[in-house]
Design a protein. Structure first.
Length: 331
């Protein structure tokens, strides 16, 4: 497999170990993590606390925007699942974005950033919103000047980095803070870690379906996605049937120019998915039931029953975690 190129047709290959191992609803012992496509999130990460604190302040500092009205946190609201609940976000001067804002939670586990994967890490991702006139609409020169005029930032940057306030150090501080935004201890994580009663029978059945249908071919690992590219519309032409195709629908093609990358996107993480409606890059549906139906039809080539969709949605809701020890649904 060529690095950075989409993995083809994985979503239609049923590779589920649930066909080999007993149904989860019947298990009485601990889950064998080595045989599972999904893994629990770590409870904590080892990060420089000074950088995390600095990055936190920068993340919520409106001086990073052209007119000091918006911050990173404006579109990545930690009380709204790390996104903003809108089809597209509003930037400088009321300019509307072109694609649905993904959650910032657990973004440090993604193998690339943005839907089209154009940023290789969180540091390089940070440059996008700063310079985009439809987002923060500023420039590095103006941002650095504003931060240097602050009474505390220069000393904090110098103490941490020894090089003062630069584009590189701003990006690194914010990226470090964003890596700290993990949501461990979802009920499903507790189940994977040995608490067999952490999820219900219906949720266990939903997880068994998730594997047997082939969903876990693309949504796997500790982030339940975010670690590969895939075409949206493997079995049926989603965009032809939806209509009104725009440049943002081209996905990875906009980065590589390769025809085989047209309509290819980074597979999104499904963690905390119940909190991040509307769904997909085009924000085309508002409910998990509808999202599951579309995925089954266009990615797997299947129509699935109302009952099976209900089980799958129940499982997906078990992926909602905690942030700083507090359940996300209570924030």
């Amino acid at each position: 497999m060529t690095p950075g190129r989409p993995m083809r047709l994985l979503s239609v290959i049923v590779v589920s170990v649930s066909l080999i191992f007993p149904a989860l609803g019947q298990q009485t012992g601990q889950v064998n993590l080595e045989s599972e496509p999904l893994q629990p999130l770590p409870q904590k990460l080892t990060l420089d606390p000074a950088k995390v604190s600095l990055g936190h302040d920068l993340f919520f500092d409106t001086r990073l925007s052209k007119d000091s009205s918006l911050s990173c946190g404006s579109c990545h609201d930690l009380k709204l699942g790390g996104a903003d609940g809108k089809a597209v976000s509003k930037g400088m001067g009321g300019e509307m974005g072109e694609i649905n804002t993904p959650t910032v939670f657990n973004s440090g586990f993604n193998f690339v950033q943005f839907w089209d994967g154009r940023a290789e890490n969180l540091q390089s991702q940070m440059a996008g919103p700063i310079n985009n006139p439809a987002e923060l609409g500023a420039s590095w020169k103006s941002v650095i000047e504003r931060l240097q005029a602050d009474s505390e930032y220069p000393e904090r940057f110098e103490k941490i980095y020894g090089t003062g306030i630069t584009q590189v150090t701003i990006q690194d501080a914010i990226a470090t803070y964003e890596r700290s935004l993990i949501t461990p201890n979802a009920r499903f994580d507790r189940f994977l870690n040995g608490n067999m009663n952490a999820i219900s029978k219906e949720e266990k059945e939903g997880y068994a379906l998730f594997k047997s249908l082939g969903c876990s071919a693309c949504h796997q690992g500790r982030n339940v996605g975010g670690n590969m590219f895939q075409k949206f519309g493997v079995m049926r032409d989603y965009f032809a049937q939806r209509g009104n195709v725009t440049k943002s629908d081209y996905g990875r093609f906009n980065v590589t120019g390769h025809e085989e990358d047209r309509y290819v996107f980074k597979v999104p993480s499904l963690r905390n998915i119940e909190l991040t409606s509307p769904y997909f890059h085009d924000a085309s549906v508002d409910t998990l039931d509808a999202a599951v139906e579309i995925m089954a039809y266009y990615q797997l080539g299947r129509r699935i029953s109302t009952g099976d969709r209900k089980r799958l949605v129940a499982f997906l809701k078990s992926l909602t975690g905690e942030f700083q020890g507090k359940p996300l649904w209570q924030r």
